[in-house]
Design a protein around this ligand. Structure first.
Ligand code: ADP
Ligand code: MG
Length: 255
């Protein structure tokens, strides 16, 4: 029935920090077009998992495949060029830049120019900058904050800065976006806006892998969920299956 194809496969992935096994032999597969959630208590290993997928941290063992290509040992910029971008658990905006300039920095992973050619101010470089600005504006429109394009980024409300980060992650036209606790710190109106943005981008073909503590959001927008506790995968399935998994309920959802 399903014509879905795997986009990301994590196989027996492990990360050891000194004596601590932060991620312990975790495997799962994300399919194209899915909204896939990773849940688990603080310290479960969720951010470490994201850091390995995006090349920020080397894995201790196991494999990561993106569209059948092995990601192990690739650098973060190479992984970004292949089509995986992310946001971080803590807000990472360039405070003293405008919103549109912040979004434009996300395009540089795919731009042909470098600092040297940019310094020469060649017409081709100016052209590319103009195109990047247009794309940045489109990315801001997609997340609903294009009216804030020329504001200084850190003057924006927290929720708008979160949307700015998603625009920056989306401008390079990635195939997969990783979001680390996107709803944290948002008020209910901001959360609702962010959920709408994620659902709209998914409709346009984007795949999302996200870590989130807000169970209402996780259960309402996820196609698949993996539960991690103490580095170990303790459950996997649809929201309905997760709610009915006694081990997951005992360890995490609790009462
Ligand atoms: P989560 O995102 O699920 O809250 P983390 O991935 O941040 O969990 O952390 C998992 C475990 O790994 C924790 O015990 C944490 O203290 C440890 N850890 C994370 N990053 C590092 C690091 N760079 N060096 C040492 N230990 C780390
Ligand atoms: Mg974390």
């Amino acid at each position: 029935m399903s014509n879905k194809r795997p986009i990301l496969s994590v196989e027996n992935l492990t990360k050891v920090f000194g004596g601590v096994v932060a991620v312990d032999n975790v495997s799962f597969t994300v399919e194209e077009g899915e909204i896939f959630a990773v849940i688990g208590p603080n310290g479960a290993g969720k951010s470490t998992l994201f850091n390995m997928i995006t090349g920020v941290l080397p894995s201790s063992s196991g494999n990561i495949y993106f569209q059948e290509k092995r990601l192990n040992r690739k650098k973060p910029y190479q992984i970004a060029q292949m089509g995986i971008t992310r946001t971080f658990q803590n807000l990472e905006v360039f405070d003293n830049m405008t919103v549109i300039e912040n979004v434009m920095t996300g395009a540089h992973i795919t731009m042909k120019t470098n600092i040297l050619t940019a310094g020469l101010r060649l017409p081709s470089v100016r052209n590319e900058e103009v195109k990047t600005m247009e794309r940045a504006m489109e990315a801001l429109e997609a997340v609903g904050i294009s009216d804030l394009a020329y504001e200084i980024a850190d003057r924006l409300p927290y929720g708008s800065q979160r949307l700015l980060e998603i625009a920056r992650a989306a401008i390079s036209n990635p195939k997969l976006i990783l979001l680390d606790e996107p709803m944290a710190g948002l008020n209910s109106e901001e959360s609702r806006q962010l959920v709408e943005v994620i659902l709209k981008m998914r409709e346009q073909g984007m795949t999302f892998l996200f870590v989130e503590h807000d169970m209402e959001t996780v259960m309402s927008i996820s196609d698949s969920i993996v539960v991690i506790d103490n580095g170990v995968k303790i459950g996997e399935g649809t929201p309905e299956e997760i709610y009915q998994n006694p081990q997951v309920v005992a360890a995490y959802l609790g009462d």
